[in-house]
Design a protein around this ligand. Structure first.
Ligand code: PRP
Ligand code: URA
Length: 206
């Protein structure tokens, strides 16, 4: 399943991020806010269980979340989405995948992995602002599936058609969420018009 979350608030905040004059502080703040807005939609189908709660007036038969949510940011840029989602789902656990894209081959190189236990029972949200060739996200999905994850959502901000196609081919069982689907990749694998290098813009490197 592919879902484009082009809500006006999300598109407005993303326009601020795309602006080349937006600095690190505002870029990170908008990313945090967009991640929270996206989480609201991405969590729409989270499983629930029946519970009874005693209110000051009596018993309420209602529902609460029944599955652990695990956020897995792809380092570095995915880190910029964690706190915005945790504001909405404070019980979420966090795992980490360290990948960088080799600038010549565009192939993902793994340098770190750390996950909470019992991924097989959790709803896992893999986070990365950019889905360009899809190589990094596809490798990250392989890594978490190897650790047993079964219910997986890939949450990215800006995607290119190539990246979406790659994930749909490699991981047809994974739900993909984007805030924007851009036109294309350039000759060095950057999304056009995109927003540039997300990691560098979040952390002020380069
Ligand atoms: C960026 C981005 C994705 C990847 C997307 O990370 O955050 O992880 O590139 O490209 P792909 O879809 O073609 O694989 P980068 O490798 O620049 O690392 P960083 O987050 O540490 O800056
Ligand atoms: N990684 C980024 O940070 N930006 C792109 O446009 C592509 C990959």
């Amino acid at each position: 399943m592919f879902t484009l979350l082009d809500h006006p608030l999300i598109t407005h905040k993303l326009a601020i991020m795309r602006d080349e004059n937006t600095g690190t502080k505002d870029f990170s703040q908008q990313l945090d806010e967009i991640a929270g807005l996206m989480a609201y939609e991405v969590s729409r189908d989270l499983p629930t269980e029946d519970v009874s709660v005693t209110t000051p007036m009596g018993i309420c038969h209602t529902k609460m979340l029944s599955k652990q949510v695990v956020l897995v940011p792809i380092l570095r840029a995915g880190m910029g989405m964690v706190s915005g989602i945790r504001n909405l789902i404070p019980t979420a656990k966090v795992g980490f995948i360290g990948l960088y894209r080799d600038e010549e081959t565009l192939q993902p190189v793994e340098y770190f992995a750390k996950f909470p236990k019992h991924l097989e029972d959790a709803v896992v949200m893999v986070l990365d602002p950019m889905l360009a060739t899809g190589g990094s996200a596809s490798a990250a999905l392989d890594m978490i599936k190897k650790r047993g994850a079964k219910t997986i959502k890939l949450v990215c901000l800006v995607g290119a058609p190539d990246g979406v196609k790659r994930i749909q081919e490699d991981h047809p069982d994974v739900d993909i969420y984007l805030a924007a689907l851009d036109e294309k990749l350039n000759e060095i694998g950057y999304i056009v018009p995109g927003l540039g290098d997300a990691g560098d813009r979040i952390f002020g490197t380069k």
